[in-house]
Structures are given as C-alpha cells and as structure tokens.
Design a binder for this molecule. Structure first.
Ligand code: ATP
Ligand code: ZN
Ligand code: MG
Length: 535
C-alpha cells in the first residue's frame, strides 16, 4: 500500500520571501525527522518529493507508506507550521487540504465508487490505483479515511484467502450407531402429512401441539442436561434490534443479504392512512407498493443471531472479578433469516427457534465454559439422544500480519473460532455424503469480536471475551426423528420416559384435516405408538 498526493497549506496572507527561502531547510527537517518519526522501515514513512509556494499557499507533494499515511503526514506538517513557523513569520495557517491523493494497492480489487472520498479506480498491471477527491481538514480528522484504508486492507486479505473453499475440519465424531438405519424417511414430509405442522407463509410454519411437544422435549433435554448444570440462567432478550446493533456486531456488513428489516409507520394518526384504507376496502387487496409510502425507512432488523442484545446490554459497562463470568440463555422468541431459495421443511426456514447460550468472562473463563459445554453436549448427543453426530472446526486456521495472510500450522481449538455440530440424516443418503449431514447447532469463542466494538470493560483493564452457542430447536428435533423415527418404543431411554410421564397432546383433527386419507391413517398409527407407552 502506497500513497501519493499534494498537501496544501493555506495562510492568512502572502507567503513571505524569507519563508520561501527557508523552505529547503524545512523540507529537510520534515523528511529526516518529522515524517519518519516512529517508523522502523523507511519505506513506510512519508517523504516530501516536491514543493511549490505561490501567493498565500505552500503545496507539498508527498509519497507515503502504510505507517505515516498521507493524512497523518498532512496533520504533522500543519502542526509543525503552527508551532514553529507561524510565530516566527507572524503568519497564520488558515486551511489544510489534500489534493489529487491516490492509493496504490498490490493486486486487483473492486471498490465501490459510492464510498466516501473515492473519485475513480484504475487497474494497472497487477495494481489497483484509487484516486481520492480533495480531502478537507475536518475530514482528515474524522475516522473515515482510516476506515476506508482498513476496508481496503481487509479486501486485500480476503482476496488472498477467499479463493479457498469454506473451512471445515472434522474434530470429533460419534461411533456408527445404526449400521442399518432405524428409519429412512423425511420427517418433514411425515409431519406435514399427519398435520402436526402446517405451512403458514414462505418459510414459516404453524406448529400444532404435538409437534410443539416434541420441540419442547428436545429443548427440555438441552436445558436440563447441558445449560442448567453449568449454571446458566434464563433471560428474555429483545427480538428486534436497532441498525446500530447490527453495525457493532458486524452482521450488517457480513450477512445483510439474509437479514429481515422492520419499518415503523409514518404516523400514529389513522386519518393519514385514509386513502390506503379506502383502496384496500374497495379492492380487497393489500398492495405492498402502496403500503411502502406509509412506512418509514427500516430502522431495525429482526432477531438474527439472537445473542446481539447480550452485548448491547453490557455495552460501556465495567465489570470486575466478582461479576465474572456472566452466563445466560434465551429462548423467548424466534430468529429470522431470509434463505432465498434454500428452504426445506422445518430444517431451513425463515422463522426458526433456538435456545441461545451466551457467556462473558476473562479469556481463560470463556475457554473453560466452552469446553464444559462441549462435554455436556457430547453427553446429550451420545447418552441422552443417542445420535450419530460429528463436530467440525469451521474457522480458517489463518493469521494475518502486516498484510500477509498465511495458513497456521498449529491447530489449537482453545482460541477464538467456531465448532459446528452436525447430525446424520439417513433420509438424505449415506454417511459418506456430505449433504446427508445437517448443522444442528454450533458453539463459538468470539475473543474480543464483540467486547471491543461494544466497549465491554474490566475495571483492571483485563481483556474480556465472549462465547455463544445456538441450539436450533427445529433442527435437533428433525435430526432426532430422522434417526429414531416416530415410534417412541424405539427411542432411547430418556426420551421414552419423557413420553411416558408427559402424555402427548391430542392432534388437530377436522373433516378436512389432515389433508389426505393416508395422512389421516398414518396420524392414528403414530398416535397409537405414543399411547401404547402411556403408564
Ligand atoms: P446453515 O449453514 O445450515 O445455513 P448457519 O451457519 O447459517 O447454518 P448459524 O448462523 O450458525 O447457522 O446459526 C446457528 C444455528 O441456528 C444453526 O446451527 C441452526 O441450528 C439454526 N439455524 C440457522 N439458520 C436456520 C434456518 N434457516 N432454519 C432453521 N434453523 C436455522
Ligand atoms: Zn450467538
Ligand atoms: Mg445459513
């Protein structure tokens, strides 16, 4: 990364001849001292390569590196003039502008022309040259330029890494438990056929009492066997978040393509809507394009990762050792994801449910809690639910330093990163087929990913970390049914006992529901399995 540009200092009067005569000496000082201060590699410093004085201006043509970037250099020069030159020549600095600045990057990148300061972009050999608009002093002092440069650096890093496929590395797996699967049908299809679930809208379902009962059974085991024994307490998190929160978590920058936004009405005065109401009255339609005129631009988004409010809660709070670690879980409402064409049954939906577990502490506490959760998760998957499962590390093992991106040798999981939990779905094919496995949940150590942007602090300055784990209720339920089927007599002991001591609620039956004769028959068959277990 290299910069070039002209730094213009404007004075309150004509530049005196004596000052013009002194300029070569001043430039010497700038180049040997001021613009190299704190820089080890001189290539990364700043350098005045030309100058010109006319009327009330001095223009310095600069080349700078990554360390003293052009805007930093401009401020250093201005401050030097204010403190050393102005008093001597009785001349005031009135203005500072950077003209014709350009950034030269190694490699080829696409950069939006809509970004602040960018005038044009050019690809030349294996370089990208970005021309900037004039930058005023007040703009130099805002953090925009720094962020723009950080963005470009990240693009550079991602481009070097991004060519590789998504990272996935097996770290642990269960035994093969069902050499011959107990069940090989798609539970989603059966659930719909017997009427336990009914399509509501795109990617949304109505769960009737028997399916809700099954979801609650899976959640019950997770909460009782994993979450509570480790001392987590339940909280109720909001489910609609201001855009600001998504900016801090990074979701707006990383996953905006799958987020669902919310808009407030333009007015509380119902008469404002009269025209629209009359239109709907007469046409009996609800036209989205018309409605759009009556709502404000989106200011919120619907629950996406579910742990966002936890970081917002602790934002700008200071904790001490007595308060740490903090452990909470939330299952008070749905999460929303726009999944475009990828919907399937209740496995991949737009509105889904999850138990979200989140914790905050010193790094060693956060790692320790993650490891204890892993132990309990393994117990749940193996001993309670008797599933065929596997875990994968899905964070690239790379590190970034001074613009170099490399794969790491040592593969240590006690550090920031994510583990995905997957379960085998026999109905989707043999175990060897990657597509026959479903991600049912995950667990992450975030490091300072959230404590830093949300400014969550320790009173002694110790760095704090967070971790979270998402238990996708629909996905665990489908995985359980896909491996064990709908006959609880074939289920592992604990789920069977659950059915014995908590009778399943009656399903919804109507003349027209379930829809088909086979569905009606299958429903009675399955209800009989459940009832035959009743104590
Ligand atoms: P996938 O790769 O399957 O899309 P993801 O990586 O997007 O999953 P995460 O963002 O890690 O999922 O979300 C955590 C958990 O939430 C998942 O493990 C899963 O249990 C659940 N989940 C995510 N998206 C959906 C969805 N569209 N429908 C149902 N559950 C979901
Ligand atoms: Zn989370
Ligand atoms: Mg996804």
């Amino acid at each position: 990364m290299k910069f070039k540009g002209i730094v213009v200092l404007e004075f309150n009067r004509k530049v005196p001849d004596d000052l013009i005569k002194e300029l070569p000496k001043i430039i010497d000082y700038l180049n040997s001292k001021l613009l190299t201060k704190g820089v080890r590699d001189l290539k990364e410093a700043g350098r005045v390569i030309d100058y010109q004085a006319s009327e009330n201006k001095i223009e310095f043509t600069l080349e700078t590196g990554r360390h003293v970037r052009i805007h930093n250099a401009a401020l250093r020069i201005k401050n030097y003039f204010i403190n050393n030159i102005s008093p001597k020549y009785k001349i005031g600095v009135r203005n500072l502008i950077i003209r014709n600045a350009l950034i030269e990057l190694e490699g080829k990148y696409t950069v939006s022309l809509k970004l602040p300061f960018i005038k044009s972009i050019e690809a030349k050999d294996d370089k990208t040259i970005i021309l900037l608009q004039d930058i005023s002093e007040s703009e130099i002092k805002k953090p925009y330029i720094d962020r723009l440069l950080k963005l470009l650096q990240e693009k550079e890093a991602r481009a070097k890494w991004g060519g590789k496929a998504e990272h996935w590395e097996l770290i642990k797996q269960s035994q093969v438990k069902f050499p011959k699967p107990k069940f090989d049908k798609d539970p989603n299809k059966i659930l719909e056929e017997i009427g336990w679930i009914k399509r509501f809208s795109i990617g949304q379902w109505f769960f009737t009492p028997p399916f809700t009962y099954l979801i609650n059974m899976l959640k019950h085991f997770f909460i009782e066997e994993v979450v509570k024994p480790l001392g987590f307490h339940e909280a109720i998190f909001p489910k609609m978040y201001p855009l600001e929160v998504g900016l801090r978590t990074g979701h707006l920058k990383g996953t905006i393509n799958s987020m669902i936004f919310a808009s407030f009405p333009i007015s509380y005065d119902i008469s404002v809507y009269e025209e629209l109401i009359d239109y709907m009255y007469v046409t009996d339609t609800a036209p989205p394009e018309e409605l759009q005129k009556y709502v404000k631009p989106p200011t919120h988004f619907l629950c996406y990762a579910q742990c966002e409010p936890f970081y917002q809660f602790f934002s700008r709070e200071v904790l001490d050792d007595k308060n740490l670690p903090v452990k909470m879980y939330d299952h008070s409402g749905p999460s929303f994801r726009w999944e475009a064409g990828g919907l399937h049954g209740v496995e991949r939906v737009i509105e889904f449910h999850r138990v979200e577990v989140v914790w905050l502490g010193k790094p060693e506490q956060v790692v320790d809690i993650r490891n204890k959760l892993l132990e309990r998760y393994e117990y749940l998957m193996d001993k309670v639910l008797d599933l065929e499962w596997r875990w994968a590390w899905v964070t690239p093992w790379y590190y970034e330093q001074a613009g170099i991106v490399e794969e790491k040798r040592e593969k240590d999981i006690n550090k920031p990163g994510t583990i995905d939990f997957e379960a085998w779905l026999p109905y989707k094919g043999p175990r060897e087929d990657k597509k026959a496995w479903l991600e049912i949940g995950n667990i992450s150590i975030h490091g300072t990913k959230f404590t830093s942007p949300f400014k969550i602090k320790h009173n002694k300055g110790i760095i704090l970390w967070t971790g979270c784990s998402g238990f996708g209720s629909e996905r665990w339920t489908i995985a359980f049914l896909a491996q064990h089927g709908f006959d609880p007599r074939n289920w592992p002991r604990k789920p069977r006992e659950y059915v014995e001591s908590n009778p399943i609620p009656e399903p919804i039956r109507a003349v027209t529901y379930p829809k088909t004769e086979t569905g009606k028959k299958l429903l009675e068959e399955i209800m009989n399995y459940f009832k035959s277990l009743k104590k």
